[in-house]
Design a protein around this ligand. Sequence first.
Ligand code: NAP
Length: 263
Amino acid sequence: MSVFREDLLASKVALVTGGATGIGREIARTLGRHGARVCIASRKQENLEGTTGELRAEGIDAMWLACDIRDGEQVDRLIAGVRERFAALDIVVNNAAGNFPAPITGISYNGFRAVVDIDLRGTYNVSKAAFEAFLKANGGHIVNITAPFQNMGVSLQAHVAAAKAGVDSLTRTCAVEFGPYGVRVNAVAPGATADTEGLDRFEGVEGAASDSPCPLGYVGSKQDIANMVLVLVSEAASYVTGQVIAVDGGTSIDLFKLSLPES
Ligand code: NAP
């Protein structure tokens, strides 16, 4: 059961990129369960249709639009589609991303570019288009889904870490430039999150985050991440902007991950 009122986001419209799967789907559902009308956007139509059906079955006013967020013209059409159906946009969650574990020498030129294009340029494209079309006039929220490791060296994630460091930077710049228009811009950095494709891709990678203990002692859930997004777009966070909030059970502040002696 949510600690927030069911009508917390009544009359609000939310756009969640990558909202058909994984963490994005849980974010879309959580915003919808609190009264928001929701548009999910990504590339694969079958996933979009399936998730939209599930959201509607829960009573959420949901729509989908196919969009490759790397393409500015597709993003402009996405924003126009939201306008056509909902005539408003208050909350943008930049969740869509690409990932695969590989060492620097194992990433192709195209593979590196694709991840930076989706994670960083896609976040920029959607943020810029949504700000110009809606948020600049009416205020609102942008929440970027980033990662908790880009300020450290991390093996097999050169492309993702570089892209997410850019997302963190963009979060702060958007917060500064959009703040005067009543737009708060923050980022949520999930730790290893159970039951996601993102985590499944690390199956078999020795020492993967899912195997390491964190101070809270368990792998987080998609709901843990969605809850923080909900907090950030609520009045509970009314004076918070430009922040990157780790939702990772303390993984990122536990440098040596040493075990305590048995007591
Ligand atoms: P996921 O299930 O793989 O979701 C990624 C989504 O992005 C998919 O719905 C995908 O849909 C969409 N997408 C990919 N490329 C796109 C493009 N060019 N245009 C539009 N949509 C695109 O991932 P997840 O594991 O839930 O992760 C969600 C977010 O959390 C990501 O930002 C990820 O970096 C972050 N994160 C996850 C974890 C974790 O443990 N899972 C940990 C740290 C951070 P299509 O392929 O249909 O386009």
